[in-house]
Design a protein around this ligand. Structure first.
Ligand code: MN
Length: 748
């Protein structure tokens, strides 16, 4: 019997595959189509007879996952692996079968995807979710495993209609809590949005429908509005000679949903449903466009964000602003370069796509800063050509951590190399102290077994357990387990520890040629106990006994104290008093000059410092001091015209002295800059917007018309150093209409 569903055309895998082949050819990469086809043939044969819930042959899912991988810009091995991603889990084929025909890299990826598929998911609180995400990333080892898993999940979500309601809910929840955040972290925004919207559709069908319906009703109006705004922006950009592509869209449903929820609004209360994107060729053009947009429309205060100067951790870069368009409708504008655009759409995948042509060296060279975290991934990699680049790109972000499951499904995060003992103590000290054995994935393991990502760890305990043994201290990797074991010894075995500690100390002292009697003098032992924070001598013995303090450390202290006392006794003579005075004099002479307001003046301590108003120096500038009459030392820049003129005047001889910036400077310095520009409306607003976005502390800002359609704006502001100042000045020069930005004292 056919199920009574919407009429559905069964998918034809061969036809889908030939579409995929065309798409691959269109990418322009010289991927081996024969090899990819062979993978398709292998998958089709292996899944023969299996069906998707909609009745289509199962292999259509594999082709679809490969298709998404191509969209994501992945490499040939990824496409091959995507086609084969379910064969280990669902067919009789093995790692060896895949490795024989397609190589180890592909087989490893497929096995990685299979492992991720087997991880049990149950919804937990946020911190557990974060650990679970990290565990999946760590288990994947090769980042392509994660990307293919995401492609797989995306296709499953797209075809979720055919699943039972329970499955729809649980898969959607998992997608929302695990895969959408991972896609976000990898910077694959397009995929993240689709995953979120698809999940929401099943998690809150009514909420989804409310937004979707409302958007549909308002669509004609919004479309008209966006078209109109787009034309306006395009016209303005053209007249300024800026080459740009403008896109517009309605924001994705889940982002609107989240905003409604967070701000407790209904959809009519959400205004900025429209988003514009302006893509240009260069970074200065981004800021030029920003200036123009703010010139054309009224910006909404507090909505300007500069992710170009401060990229998000997932490499995302753009400037964002929200402005009010005609009809009073606000809309968001994101401005970015093409390069940033590709990264935003496909994240790390796009990065490969665009860098693969010229090899990995590009990543190590020019884009160092931008791809800092990719570089982190690459650290272990000495050299590679474009082919090996993918293969060697391992997820070693979590190399020093291992993630394991408790029998209840909690994810426990431990240092790499951790053992079941670490695990037991991370659950509770009692579990550790009563541990009598451990099982990993159902099998008994030794206490020093190194836990692996994804292991399910079970600790056997007994009331009559003897407690931790001393060699556990050598097996544990986590500081907290070590502390807890020591605590146990401290508490449970005090008598024993006192005796043991005393013996250990005696032994150690004997090696130094001392006895306990030598050190048990009150004058010696009291300051030592105080310094080591012990109330009584027995406490010290006990601590030595349970290894709370190294016996050598205690013994060394005692030896030093004994020595110091005998020296003290020798020294008390009249001569000491004489030499003490000499010491004091020497001390004074050696005293270093202290900086005043961040400036060191040669040979002068604590003198009055003034920063000259003609050139307002800041740390990083080359500076020189001038001894004024009665007003201390005035600090000039070496390129200050006043210094240049007056340094050779005979009446000033000897009054110019060397000064330098102190090594560590905490204060800010007031300096001033002048901006020459066209005299246009909105200019001061633009300057203020840029300064505000940079968090610059502005003291004064004055702007005046200087004739000929030109304006001169003077700003005095606080900066930390010359680098920061240069940065601010660069930003100011990018404002449309600005012809120059100079520091005071500089030639225009
Ligand atoms: Mn699958």
């Amino acid at each position: 019997m056919e199920e009574n569903r919407q009429p559905h055309m069964l998918l034809d895998p061969d036809q889908m595959y030939s579409e995929l082949e065309k798409k691959i050819a269109a990418t322009g990469h010289d991927f081996d189509l024969k090899r990819i086809r062979a993978a398709y043939e292998m998958a089709r044969a292996a899944h023969e007879g299996q069906k998707r819930k909609d009745g289509s042959p199962y292999v259509t899912h594999c082709v679809a996952a490969a298709d998404i991988s191509v969209d994501m810009g992945l490499d040939e091995d990824s496409i091959v692996a995507a086609l084969l991603h379910d064969v280990i889990e669902d067919t009789t084929l093995t790692h060896a079968d895949i490795a024989r025909d397609f190589g180890d890299a592909v087989a490893d990826i497929v096995e990685g995807v299979t492992k991720l598929t087997r991880v049990q998911y149950t919804s937990k609180e946020d911190e557990q979710m974060e650990n679970l995400r990290k565990m999946l990333m760590a288990m994947a080892k090769d980042i392509r495993v994660i990307l293919i898993k995401i492609a797989d999940r995306l296709h499953n979500m797209r075809t979720m209609d055919y699943q039972t309601p329970e499955k729809q809910r649980s898969k959607s929840l998992e997608t929302m809590e695990i895969y959408a955040p991972i896609a976000h972290r990898l910077g694959i925004q397009k995929v993240k949005w689709e995953l979120e919207d698809l999940s929401l559709q099943y998690l809150d069908p009514a909420g989804y429908k409310e937004i979707a319906d409302s958007l549909r009703d308002r669509m004609p109006q919004l479309e008209r509005f966006m078209k109109n705004m787009e034309e306006k922006i395009q016209t303005q950009l053209k007249s300024e000679g800026i080459e740009a592509t403008v896109y517009y869209r309605i924001k994705h449903i889940y982002s609107i949903y989240r905003k409604m929820y967070a701000q407790k609004l209904n959809i009519s209360g959400i205004f900025d449903l429209c988003a514009f994107r302006v893509i240009v060729d260069t970074i200065p053009d981004c800021y030029n466009v920003l200036g123009l947009i703010h010139y054309m429309f009224k910006p909404v205060p507090g909505r300007f964000k500069d992710y170009i100067s401060t990229p998000k951790p997932n490499m995302y870069q753009s400037v964002h602003t929200t402005v009010i368009g005609s009809e009073g409708i606000p809309f968001e504008v994101q401005i970015r370069t093409w390069d940033m655009h590709h990264t935003a759409e496909y994240g790390i995948a796009a990065h490969w796509k665009y860098k693969m042509g010229d090899g990995a060296s590009t990543v190590r060279g020019g884009d160092e800063e931008k791809f800092a975290w990719v570089r982190m991934l690459l650290e272990s990699q000495q050299e590679s050509d474009a082919q090996d680049f993918f293969h060697d790109l391992k997820i070693d972000m979590f190399a020093d951590e291992v993630f394991v499951f408790s029998p209840k499904g909690d994810v426990i995060n431990l240092p790499a190399g951790a053992t079941p003992i670490d695990f037991a103590y991370s659950i509770h000290s009692d579990v550790g102290n009563h541990m009598v054995g451990a099982k990993v994935n159902g099998r008994i393991v030794t206490y020093d077994y190194a836990l692996q990502n994804g292991d399910i760890v079970e600790i056997r305990t007994s009331k009559s357990a003897p407690g931790p043994s001393r060699d556990w201290l050598n097996m544990v990797k986590s500081g907290s387990a070590r502390t807890k074991i020591k605590q146990w010894y401290k508490k449970e075995r005090r008598e024993e520890n006192v005796i043991r500690g005393r013996e250990m100390l005696e032994d150690e002292l004997r090696h130094m040629g001392l006895t306990l009697d030598d050190v048990l003098d009150e004058e010696i032992i009291a300051p030592i106990l105080k310094r080591l924070c012990f109330a009584t001598l027995d406490d010290l013995y006990a601590a030595i006994g349970y290894n709370g303090i190294a016996v050598a450390r205690a013994a060394n202290r005692m030896r030093d104290e004994v020595k110091a006392r005998s020296e003290r006794n020798e020294k008390k003579t009249v001569l000491d008093k004489v030499s003490a005075a000499a010491d004091r004099r020497e001390q004074n002479a050696k005293k270093e000059v202290k900086p005043v307001q961040g400036v060191l003046v040669e040979g002068l301590d604590n003198c009055l410092i003034k920063f000259s108003r003609c050139c307002t120096p800041v740390p990083g500038d080359d500076i020189i001091g001038f001894i004024t009459r009665g007003q201390g030392v005035s600090i000039h820049r070496k390129d200050c015209p006043n210094y240049q003129q007056r340094s050779h005047e005979p009446q000033n001889e000897g009054r110019w002295i060397r000064v330098a910036w102190a090594k560590e400077i905490t204060e800010s310095y007031v300096t001033s800059v002048s901006i020459a520009s066209k005299d246009r409306s909105g200019l001061v607003m633009d300057i203020a917007t840029v300064l505000n976005a940079l968090n610059a502390k502005v003291r004064t800002l004055t702007s005046r018309d200087i004739g000929g359609g030109l304006a001169l704006t003077n700003i005095s502001l606080e900066v930390k150093n010359a680098g920061e100042l240069r940065y601010v000045m660069n930003r100011l020069s990018a404002i449309p209409g600005v012809s120059s930005v100079t520091r005071s004292g500089e030639k225009k």
